[in-house]
Design a protein around this ligand. Structure first.
Ligand code: HH2
Length: 398
């Protein structure tokens, strides 16, 4: 029987007539996890091995730790939620940095217990991401975006498109003034402002709709916020402009931290990963730390693995298959698969024929925990997302 979530575990426990008082503990025992811990020192690795064995789980570590040749090792903790919870309690009083690991572990485990409530607060506009998937409609005000470039460069056309996206059910409108497609050159500040601001200023978004601006530049973020934007979607994950986090923090705006390897100009030139998901996880975690240090509140942060941004075909597919691992970060997950070239590569289709491929990515992304889907085709893919969510959350016993 494949039990993947806490509600599923409870469902099965109830079905066979388990005493409700035992549901919580047994549900935790039904969920098995593999937690990777990086660069653990020799004494810490030995303690972790012993403690996990004592709890009835195990820890896998490099051979060099057993022989004493290695100074440190990455390590896999193998156990159920209950064992890992107990481990985090035991570690909180241990030396060698294990008290810090105890904290991280506790946070990770929390994500796998009862489904976490996600409220995204963008300058007072709040989206309840726990109830259904939300759709971010793409609006590129550029001459060269890979899919909708040159279509909405005229602000009037862009505004009409924004209204259409809202009518079709977009929860967020994401306005971009610089293409980040592979090989794209950066545009100047004044060029980007000239493209984005008239649209933000002209857009009277109804109550509940969030205006997002796709930029890594702090000055664009500031002017867009002054003009009414609620969310900044930073495709550099706060890494290209060190001032942007403060701008977002001061305004109480929402923030999407996206993973990118390299810069758009060179990101697709032979990207390599030793540990794809581990690297993305740590990079997003560090991005979130930068945001928190700058004063961005926890409930304003969203993370995104950045499909297509310094990723090979297999990397994009693996990210989607293993997306749920990013839940451990504790922030809602956004994905942007829309019409991207990895879909074209699998199906052998040009950009205008990638709707169904995008639908597959959206459906599986939702099943793996994506809360926001960034798409061009809002109406159809909104339906796909809702249907996928209904299946993923189907609850037979209650
Ligand atoms: N993808 C693109 C742009 N911005 N932002 C987030 N958070 N996630 C994404 O996956 C993402 C993004 C690229 O797509 P698009 O805007 O359609 O093209 P272009 O960069 O050429 O304007």
């Amino acid at each position: 029987m494949g039990i993947e979530t806490h509600p599923q575990a409870r469902e099965e426990l109830k079905r066979i007539g388990v005493d409700p008082r035992a549901w919580e503990i047994l549900a935790q025992k039904a969920l098995h996890l593999v937690v990777k811990v990086e660069k653990v020192s020799l004494p810490a690795a030995n303690i972790l091995k012993q403690e996990m064995l004592g709890l009835g789980g195990d820890a896998a570590l490099a051979r060099g730790v057993i022989t004493g040749e290695a100074k440190s090792s990455d390590l896999l903790l193998l156990g159920n939620l209950r064992q890992l919870d107990k481990l985090s309690e035991k570690l909180s009083h241990q030396p060698f940095g294990l008290d810090g690991l105890a904290q991280d572990l506790k946070g990770t485990i929390e994500q796998y217990k009862e489904e976490k409530e996600y409220l995204l607060d963008c300058r007072g506009r709040v989206l309840d991401l726990s109830r259904r998937p939300h759709i971010m409609g793409v609006l590129n005000v550029t001459p060269d975006s890979f899919s909708d470039g040159d279509r909405y460069l005229d602000p009037q056309l862009a505004l009409r498109r924004a209204e259409q996206l809202i009518e079709e059910g977009a929860d967020i409108i994401d306005i971009g003034g610089e293409s980040t497609r592979p090989g794209a050159d950066p545009v100047s500040l004044s060029e980007e402002l000239g493209r984005v601001l008239p649209v933000v200023e002209g857009l009277s978004s109804p109550e509940g709709v969030i205006i997002s601006v796709d930029t890594y530049k702090s000055q664009v973020a500031q002017r867009a916020i002054d003009a009414g934007a609620h969310l900044i979607n930073d495709p550099s994950g706060l890494r290209f402009d060190s001032q942007i986090a403060q701008v977002i923090a001061r305004a109480g705006a929402g923030l999407v931290i996206m993973h990118i390897k390299g810069k758009p100009k060179d990101m697709q030139i032979n990207p390599q990963y030793d540990d794809l998901m581990g690297e993305i996880y740590s990079w997003l975690d560090q991005g979130a730390q930068l945001a928190l240090q700058a004063g961005v509140a926890r409930e304003r942060i969203v993370v995104d693995p950045g499909l297509g941004f310094g990723k090979r075909l297999q990397d994009n597919l693996v990210i989607l298959r293993r997306l749920d691992e990013l839940k451990g970060l504790g922030y809602p997950i956004l994905i942007g698969p829309s019409r991207k070239s990895f879909i074209g590569e699998v199906l052998g289709l040009p950009v205008e024929d990638r709707l169904e491929g995008t639908a597959a990515a959206v459906a599986l992304g939702v099943a793996k925990g994506a809360k926001i889907l960034r798409v061009h085709d809002v109406k159809g893919l909104g339906r796909v997302a809702r249907m996928a969510y209904a299946i993923a959350e189907a609850d037979g016993a209650f």
